[in-house]
Design a binder for this molecule. Structure first.
Ligand code: SF4
Length: 649
């Protein structure tokens, strides 16, 4: 039997065929009909099912007793959690509780989890989108109207130029490479901006090796050059945008000469970049290299360039955000501590939600997950398929906080590093053991079908959430289709059609089923796009650590190591000239330290890394003892790509 599904790893959301024999998945094949992946699959996708059969699946509800966990029944677990949570809410109020979810959860799961939090009276809800692309969502929403990619990866071959900033496509989103190959075959130009000569940078027509976190200076200087040389789209700016004069005034201070000194990119390359993007159509795309260093303002600076050149809302032009997880786009769309799924957090929207939910949510903004974990006074936290003890920076602080809670409930399939701190662990069904929808990085929403039953007493999250809600007197559906129909009523997903979502050969994008958004008007209140002038902040001095991905690994590697791939060692890649200066050589064991902590790593020398920069793969999460919890002021996203470090033998 073949069951259709969507790969559980990255945000490309490739279609897969699960071959099921005797109630077990035995093979994953690429779905040849899928509208984006078109029969392609990377190494991660092809072993996606293996972790379902890992030996250490959590099979029963577990309760902490001292240093051990003991098996309890579902009835006992729900009853005890209810009593403890009720006591905490009575004693400290509902805002002492937080509900935070990972981004492998389906739309229906994140929606119900968020709704449960609000039913209990708290807006402390968030997802792991906070630590990756929330800066993109914030900037895109305010400037264009929707916090998501404005175009699809399918449009890449139609572009004359593709700009990729801070993203290693061949490692992070391999299946998109097919579109870049097609772009190049058709004569399109590829520009890559990255401190590291990545695989994709090696095939670029123009590679800009940039000093970490100097993107704003580069983009503003390019804007000034374009304006000064009449290389802008005046009609587009006049008819479809607001705020150009302010923007022009701000960028007029940014010169190509200073950009060369600050970014480390030769002047002539900056000018070539400016000239290339003055054409049409151009797609501007970016990854975590931008958001986890320059934050919301970094994204604003790049989107400003797309507006300046009139490259939004046109065939072959626009903006693509390379999202890291299968449903990270959807999680961010539905769950935020300061916004309701139906819009602003205010009385009007709360009353609209009451019509559907039967209760009115509070309108006081809650805490982001980063605010909660770094120094809040929350007393109880529910984490659903979320592993911050491993994935968050400054791990020591996170570990201390998790162990200080009065109640930590972890809903997960494995005994993760985070689950080890829990008072209760509730075993969850994995992606192929239930149904539900996920949103890919280019707004495509697809339905996953159930292939096999969960093992032991593991249950779909919707059932667990509905049980908890029932104890508090709320009637939540645990049927994924019913929940999907409900979330459509109160969110940006209202246009979706179930028939299109379940047929992988058809497009099914939100908020309009079109690869290209904003063809006629922007989805802001006034229908215009808005320039947002931003300034380059002052930077710290010293060696800068950046982190990134490796193609056969994935995030904290919880699924990958359970799929048969070996663990990745902790290595730090540095330029040979830095190594000579520091008196270290290839293979040496060194200590990397920051103001937050330290870790031991093996040195690898590479001329692909610019001088003054060190690189480590994110998958060996020992590095998160070194990465600091310095947060972007606006989005509260940690700066995983800008950590001042020392390296010594
Ligand atoms: S590119 Fe991403 S979605 Fe596609 S198979 Fe690989 S990991 Fe899965």
């Amino acid at each position: 039997m073949i069951v259709k599904s969507i790969c559980p790893f990255c945000g490309v959301g490739c279609g897969i065929d699960l071959e099921v024999e005797g109630g077990k998945i035995v093979r994953v094949l690429p779905d040849k009909t899928h509208v984006v992946s078109k029969g392609h699959l990377c190494g991660k996708g092809s072993v996606a099912f293996k972790s379902l059969y890992a030996e250490d699946r959590v099979l029963y509800p577990l309760k902490r007793e001292g240093e051990k966990f003991v098996r309890i029944s579902w009835k006992e677990a729900i009853e005890e959690i209810y009593i403890k949570l009720n006591d905490i809410i009575k004693k400290y109020g509902p805002f002492s509780v937080g509900f935070y979810g990972g981004c492998q959860n389906t739309l229906e799961e994140v929606y119900s989890f968020m709704k449960l939090a609000r039913a209990l009276g708290t807006n402390n809800v968030d997802s792991c989108a906070r630590v990756c692309h929330d800066p993109s969502a914030i900037a895109l929403k305010e400037m264009l109207g929707v916090g998501a990619s404005s175009t699809s990866v399918v449009q890449i071959p139609k572009a004359k130029v593709l700009v990729i900033a801070g993203e290693s496509i061949t490692e992070s989103h391999p299946v998109i490479s097919q579109y870049i190959v097609e772009l190049k075959r058709k004569g399109g130009k590829l520009i890559v901006i990255d401190p590291r000569l990545t695989g994709i940078a090696k095939i670029a027509d123009l590679y800009l090796q940039i000093s970490p976190s100097t993107d704003i200076y580069l983009f503003n200087a390019v804007a000034n050059y374009l304006i000064s040389n009449g290389l802008i789209d005046e009609n587009f700016i006049k008819q479809r945008t607001e705020g150009f004069e302010d923007y022009k005034r701000v960028v007029s201070k940014y010169s190509i000469e200073d950009a060369e000194k600050i970014t480390g990119i030769p002047r002539e390359k900056i000018i070539e970049f400016a000239k290339l993007i003055s054409q049409k159509p151009v797609i501007f795309s970016w990854g975590l290299g931008l958001t986890q260093s320059s934050g919301v303002n970094g994204v604003r600076a790049l989107v400003n360039l797309a507006l300046l050149t009139g490259n939004v809302g046109i065939e072959g032009g626009g903006l693509i955000v390379y999202r890291g997880q299968a449903n990270v786009q959807g999680s961010g769309d539905l769950v935020k501590p300061n916004v309701f799924p139906n819009g602003k957090m205010d009385e009007l929207h709360a009353l609209q939600l009451k019509e559907v939910w039967g209760f009115k949510p509070p309108i006081q903004p809650g805490k982001t997950v980063t605010e909660a974990l770094y120094g809040s006074n929350l007393k109880a936290i529910f984490l659903m398929n979320f592993n911050p003890a491993k994935s968050f920076p400054n791990r020591k602080v996170v570990e201390k906080f998790l162990s200080s809670l009065d109640l930590l409930v972890v809903i997960d399939s494995f005994m993760t590093e985070t689950a080890k701190f829990a008072h209760y662990i509730l075993p969850a069904a994995m992606w192929a053991e239930k149904e539900g929808s996920v949103t890919s990085l280019d707004r495509l929403v697809k339905w996953r079908f159930k292939a096999v039953n969960p093992p032991g007493e593991a249950r779909p999250e919707l059932e667990i959430i509905a049980d908890l809600a029932r104890k508090f007197g709320f009637n939540f559906s645990s049927d994924p289709k019913e929940v999907f129909n409900e979330l459509k009523e109160v969110s940006i997903y209202s246009n979706l059609n179930f028939g299109e979502m379940t047929d992988y050969s058809l497009p099914s994008r939100y908020p309009q089923n079109d690869e290209v958004l904003y063809r006629e008007k922007f989805l802001t209140e006034d229908g215009k796009a808005h320039f947002r002038p931003v300034e380059q902040p002052k930077l710290s001095k010293g060696m800068i650590l950046i982190t990134g991905r490796e193609v056969t690994h994935y995030n904290t590697d919880e699924l990958i190591v359970r799929s048969g791939f070996p663990e990745i060692p902790l290595e730090v890649f540095i330029n040979p000239e830095d190594a000579t200066r520091l008196g270290i050589k290839e293979g040496d064991e060194v200590e990397i330290s920051s103001k937050c902590g330290s870790a031991k790593a093996r040195v690898r020398l590479s001329r692909d890394i610019m001088r003054g920069v060190a690189f480590a793969y994110m998958h060996n999460t020992e590095i998160n003892y070194v990465v600091c919890n310095d947060l972007d002021e606006e989005s509260k996203t940690p700066k995983f790509k800008y950590i001042v470090i020392n390296i010594r033998k």
